[in-house]
Design a protein around this ligand. Structure first.
Ligand code: NAD
Length: 284
């Protein structure tokens, strides 16, 4: 696809708050600040209108700067941020939220998440309270969590009047997350799948390769299409213009068959590429 080709039509998902989110976006984790503007500009030109960012990715300013100079109405680009794991306590969290709000300028942050529960480090209910109070003050259009297990969500349901719109969790064919995805769905929480291609590890799988051959898609497109048909929101990351377009083209063309979806889901081996939410303590 060239810049002149029409952008693919990306489906939307409606969150329980009524806010709609493009089901396919662009992730900016591990994209260096100096490379962020070029990558995000490529993504916007290709037709992406959803950027998954975070305070901890250290490129929030660059993401917003390129949206501002892209000529696209910032209201048309769905932007997510997440509270950095470095923040402790209510006041510190509110100050960090204010910094993100300032970086986003006139644009209301579309979605803001607790990045990790960090239950062995602090009380995530304090962080959630800071986010829900900022939501009530108009800082965000929607709020949610990331890396929450069922027990973390149950505590949140018991102790807060606010429900998360999304739970962003690691998910790909080697970590299908069937139970947690069902639990999310039962509570009207949309599952967002991070590392949707498992940072590349699932692309060499013979089953994925065979389905790529059967469908005329690339392995990445097969895996991303599987996510879309399961109902997951995805935002693969790449800084290569050809892959940025290849990935977005997953929204086009025929559905995978039920038999192909089942073969991919059967690859589950509960294999994480990132941290386990019960033990993860990383500060970013
Ligand atoms: P990913 O699954 O998107 O894989 C990225 C890797 O795959 C990169 O090395 C990239 O070069 C390669 N790649 C991309 N497209 C390809 C293609 N078509 N063919 C071959 N290789 C390709 O991994 P990710 O970046 O970890 O996850 C995506 C996004 O999820 C992140 O950018 C971030 O926004 C989000 N995320 C969130 C959390 C969280 O804790 N909430 C954690 C990790 C990632």
């Amino acid at each position: 696809m060239t810049d002149q080709s029409p952008a693919p039509t990306v489906p939307s998902v409606t969150l329980q708050s009524g806010v709609t989110i493009p089901q396919f976006g662009f992730g900016v984790f591990q994209i260096a600040p100096d490379d962020t503007e070029a990558a995000v500009l490529d993504a916007l030109r290709a037709g992406y209108r959803h950027i998954d960012g975070a305070q901890g990715y250290r490129n929030e300013r660059e993401v917003m700067a390129v949206i501002d100079r892209s000529g696209i109405d910032p209201a048309e680009v769905f932007v997510t941020s997440k509270l950095s794991n470095a923040h402790r306590g209510y006041d510190e969290s509110r100050r960090a939220i204010d910094e993100s709000v300032a970086i986003h300028g006139d644009k209301q942050i579309d979605l803001f998440l607790v990045h990790w529960p960090l239950a062995t480090v602090h009380d995530f209910m304090i962080v959630w309270k800071a986010i829900t109070d900022a939501f009530d003050d108009g800082a965000f259009r929607a709020i949610g969590v990331s890396n929450f297990h069922r027990d973390h969500l149950e505590r949140l349901f018991a102790e807060s009047d606010h429900r998360p719109d999304v739970n962003q969790i690691e998910a790909h064919p080697y970590l299908v997350q069937a139970e947690l995805r069902s639990f999310n769905a039962e509570h009207d929480i949309v599952t967002e799948a991070w590392s949707p291609i498992g940072q590349g590890i699932v692309l060499e799988d013979p089953v994925v390769a065979a389905i790529a051959e059967e469908t005329g898609r690339t392995p990445a497109q097969v895996v991303l299409r599987w996510h879309l048909q399961l109902g997951n929101v995805v935002f693969p990351r790449s800084t290569a213009p050809s892959r940025i377009r290849e990935n977005l083209a997953s929204v086009e063309g025929d559905d995978l068959t039920d038999e192909q979806l089942t073969r991919i889901s059967a690859l589950d081996r509960h294999q994480r590429t990132g941290g386990d939410p019960d033990t993860f303590r990383y500060k970013y």
